[in-house]
Design a protein around this ligand. Structure first.
Ligand SMILES: Cc1cc2nc3c(=O)[nH]c(=O)nc-3n(C[C@H](O)[C@H](O)[C@H](O)COP(=O)(O)OP(=O)(O)OC[C@H]3O[C@@H](n4cnc5c(N)ncnc54)[C@H](O)[C@@H]3O)c2cc1C
Length: 293
């Protein structure tokens, strides 16, 4: 059995110092938040020794702020704390429903939004919801802090844009205005505890007449990374989100997807399912947006 060094810094500076010291010395080092991906990977994929840097004790990764113009969600806050927050749920219901889909009650007690994003699984449930809500990654590193849109953060299957010595502090979002709402849906072959066959997140803004003035659509589990589908958003904007517009948005999601076939479903099946999920998520987001007036 391998032995692992463990550090639990209490400041961002300390965390970066440990990460950088190891990176510069060529010693393996890895960040731990809830560990619900990492510990499985250590057991099943790569059990080689490394230093684990726990980021759960940092104030910046545990901060949750819901302001009038901006929402900040610390990267290491457990899913259970986020789904229990009524204000966050009222502001970003689609993001919270995506978080709520992660694992079981036990997993929810540890799993974090930051971990889901950094793990960069094509089927990570929160990533489409982060994309449609214009999430911006707040990153700390040896050269200070930087900000990166979520669409530039995930770079491939299991890879992200973090450099040596960097960590994700949290994700910020513009606070949705009246008339704006989101929704996220996924399909899995069983009722829970499975990986998405396809997922779709939608955010829409409706004016007082019910016309869609802004839309963002993102799909998951149907390409190497979750994708923003601009053509689907274009199909929704300027419409009352009627059946014709929803069908066009769904078709755009099918066209944008490049899924694999596996035991959960064929590529052809995934292309069809993602269109259905887009239509349904858009209808739910629209209903929520109408209810916000
Ligand atoms: C039984 C089970 C069911 C699951 N169900 C789902 C599901 O339905 N949907 C879904 O999307 N996922 C699911 N997952 C996967 C996992 O729970 C989620 O991806 C979770 O959000 C990961 O968060 P974490 O805090 O546990 O991450 P960790 O395991 O701690 O970290 C994951 C990765 O991100 C890195 N990392 C974490 N935090 C940071 C940070 N702040 N800065 C930089 N790097 C960081 C780690 O180094 C690691 O590479 C499931 C896992 C299990 C075991």
């Amino acid at each position: 059995m391998q032995s692992f060094a463990y550090a639990a810094p209490e400041t961002v500076e300390q965390a970066i110092a440990v990460l950088q010291e190891h990176s510069q010395a060529g010693k393996p080092v890895q960040i731990l938040a809830g560990g619900t991906d990492l510990l499985v990977q250590i057991r099943v994929v790569d059990s080689s020794a490394r230093t684990i840097v726990d980021v759960k004790k940092l104030p910046e990764t545990n901060r949750l702020e819901i302001g009038t113009s901006e929402i900040y969600v610390g990267a290491a806050i457990p899913a259970a704390a986020l789904t229990a927050n009524a204000e966050l749920k009222a502001r970003l219901p689609g993001l919270v429903e995506a978080i709520d889909l992660i694992g079981s009650t036990q997993i929810q007690g540890r799993a974090s939004l930051g971990g889901n994003l950094c793990n960069a699984s094509p089927a990570g449930d929160t990533i489409p919801a982060l994309l449609v809500n214009r999430g911006r990654c707040q990153i700390a590193g040896p050269d200070g802090t930087r900000e990166l849109p979520v669409e530039e953060f995930v770079t491939g299957v299991g890879t992200n844009a973090l450099g040596e010595g960097e960590l994700l502090l949290g994700i910020s979002f513009p606070t949705p205005a009246t008339g704006t709402a989101d929704a996220y849906l996924r399909f899995i072959p069983r009722s829970e505890m499975d990986i998405a066959v396809a997922g779709a997140g939608v955010s829409v803004t409706l004016d007082e007449n019910g016309t869609c003035t802004t839309a963002r659509v993102a799909i998951g589990a149907v390409a190497p990374t979750a994708l923003l589908v601009t053509a689907a958003a274009d199909a929704l904007m300027g419409t009352p989100l009627d059946d014709e517009a929803l069908a066009a948005a769904g078709a755009a999601c099918t066209a944008a997807s490049s899924p694999i076939s596996d035991k959960r479903g064929t590529a052809d099946y995934r292309r069809k399912v993602v269109a259905v999920l887009c239509k349904r998520a858009a209808a739910i987001a629209a209903e929520r947006a109408r209810g916000s007036y």
